[in-house]
Each structure stands twice: as C-alpha cells, then as structure tokens.
Design a binder for this molecule. Structure first.
Ligand code: AHR
Length: 330
C-alpha cells in the first residue's frame, strides 16, 4: 500500500498547506515518506470453498502464513461457485488491494475479470489450480501441483499392481469438480498411464465434486449399475472415503474386493490407507501458504518470479502411510 498511501499523505499535506496558508508546514516535512515505514501489504485471496480435507488444510496454511509474514489477508470463500469468485475479485479490485491470489474453481471463463485486475494495476497469482487463458500476461505466476503427473503416478501404480491379471480389470472413476484443472488433468494422466495395459478399462466415470457426500452417492450408483467393479480411482481422498462407506454398505470390503487409488494424502486418507481400506495415494500438498506469501512480497516489491512453481510431492503405499502418519501435519 506504500505508493497509494504515500500519494494520499502528500495530497493531505498539500490540503493542509492550502487551508492554513502556511508554507512552513511544507518545509517541515523532511521525513521523506510520511507513510513512516508503513509497508503493510494487503492480499485479497479468493478460496474455492471448503469441499474437502485438502481445502481446509490449504485455507489454514494460507491464513497462518499471512499472519506469520505480517501480510493483511482479505479472505473470501466462494463456496465452489465461479460467480462468487468473480464477485470477490471485483471487490478486491474496488478495495485496491496490493495483490490478488486465487484458486480458480474451474479452468475457463476468467479473462474478463483478470483483465480488469490488470487494468487496475493489481498483480494476480494463481495458486493450486490453473486457468486456460491464452493471455499469460493476465497473471504473474502459478503456484501448485502437477495434476497430470498425480493422475499418471496413480495409473502407473495400478498397471504394476495388476500386472499378473489375465482378464479385464474394471475401473470406476470418481472425478473432481467438472471443468476444474485437477479433474481434467488427473483424468488425463491416469488414462495415459493405464493405456499401457489394454486389460485395464474405465467402465464408468462421473463427478463427485471432490466431496465425501458426492463420492458416496456416485459410488452407490456405480455399485448398483456394475456388479463387477475391481478398482476405484477417486480424484481425491474425500470422495474415496465417501465411496468406502458405499462399498461397505454394499457388503464388500474396500481395499480388498475393490482396490482403491486416490489423490491428496490428507490425514483421513492416510489413515484409510494405513488401515488397508485404500491401496495407494498420490500426494497433493495443500501447504502452499509460505510459498504464496513469499511470492506476494516479491511481486509487490517488483521482483521477477518464475511463471510456474511446482509443488514437491510423493506417493504412499499402505506401509509408507503407516510410517508417515504420526508426523503428518494435515
Ligand atoms: O485443487 C486441489 C484439489 O481440490 C484437491 O485434490 C481436492 O481435495 C480439492 O478439493
């Protein structure tokens, strides 16, 4: 806020001079920036919602890191609706925040509002999810995971796990929010990887919107329509956990009768993996707060930042989950 506040301070000082007719007041202002060390940065952050354990951990990480970095955070929860995110971004522009960051609920439809931010001179950072804008000057950087890779790692594990299968392996897929980058990319990466074995077939694929309730409801439908499901690939832990309830209610054993592969590695997911209800998880780290605040400071200071910053991630088997669980932060 330094530039705007300094400008406001100068205007106020000038008005004082005019009102009092005193030139001496001007001569006294020898302290330079009368903002007096006021380097407060205001960050407007539009969050997707609170749809999953991952999202809750991501929100906590962002709030804690902002407080730690002494960045003033204006936080908005869009409840998984793009129109709410667009409204929040417009509010941030009106409030003249220094930097806007957001995790776009879906990939497309952002150009107009991003152009408005650019015209207002407010830099934008994408966190967690990408947009499909052709104009890359509409945002400064994208900090987040490689979702295609997460899907590919999940598929590669399954190819290895089913290597000895002689007949067809029937897979059902619980997709994330329709049109979101993680749903599009994880689907793509997984499909690419399983194409290595023609026995592996996705027999049903539908969105569970990244929620536990959605995962349960769609899995119930899958189970009714398909008596021979061998594998579930869920685009996140929460949908996998909802599906576990549906599978158990249908009299089957999750992790044994139906192999379950998910993405995220939040605590509940890791617990399910350690308990043998899940079989494999590709990690997606929600702890983006500290890196985001670093970027906010750099961009506010006019420094160049890389166009893409990828989060470091790993994968977990059941044994690895047992080892990692005690120290899991989220
Ligand atoms: O964009 C990240 C994804 O969004 C996480 O995998 C999922 O759990 C969340 O809702």
């Amino acid at each position: 806020m330094r530039t705007r506040r300094t400008a406001r301070t100068i205007i106020a000082a000038f008005a004082t001079v005019l009102l009092t007719g005193g030139v001496a007041a001007c001569g006294n202002s020898d302290t330079g920036d009368t903002g007096g060390g006021d380097d407060n940065i205001v960050l407007g952050f539009s969050q997707v919602g609170a749809e999953s354990g991952w999202r809750t951990a991501n929100t906590s990480s962002i709030k804690a890191a902002a407080a730690e970095a002494s960045i003033e955070l204006k936080f908005d929860d869009a409840q998984q609706k793009q129109e709410n995110q667009i409204r929040a971004i417009r509010n941030f522009i009106q409030q003249k925040v220094d930097v806007i960051a957001f995790s776009p609920v879906v990939e497309s439809g952002w150009d107009t509002v991003l152009k408005e931010a650019k015209d207002a001179g407010i830099p934008v950072i994408l966190t967690d999810r990408a947009v499909d804008s052709a104009d890359k000057t509409l945002y400064k950087t994208f900090l987040g995971s490689d979702f295609v890779k997460e899907g590919r790692l999940s598929g590669e594990w399954l190819v290895e796990h089913t290597r000895s299968a002689t007949g067809p392996v029937n897979i059902v897929e619980l997709q994330g929010t329709t049109g979101s980058a993680p749903a599009n990319d994880r689907k793509k990466g997984f499909a690419e990887a399983i194409s290595a074995n023609p026995n592996l077939k996705i027999i049903a694929s539908q969105s569970g919107d990244f929620t536990r309730a959605g995962g349960k409801q769609v899995m119930e439908q899958f189970l009714k329509a398909n008596p021979d499901i061998d594998v579930l690939f869920a685009h996140n832990d929460d949908m996998g956990l909802g599906a576990v309830e549906a599978i158990t209610a249908a009299g089957k054993t999750p992790g044994k009768d139906i192999v379950i592969v998910t993405i995220d590695a939040v605590k509940d997911g890791m617990q399910a993996l350690a308990d043998g209800k899940f079989n494999f998880i590709a990690e997606c780290s929600p702890l983006l707060g500290p890196q985001l605040m670093d970027l906010v400071k750099k961009i506010h200071a006019g420094e160049q930042v890389p166009a893409r910053i990828e989060t470091e991630e790993t994968t977990f088997t059941q044994e690895q989950a047992k080892e990692a669980l005690p120290n899991r932060k989220y």
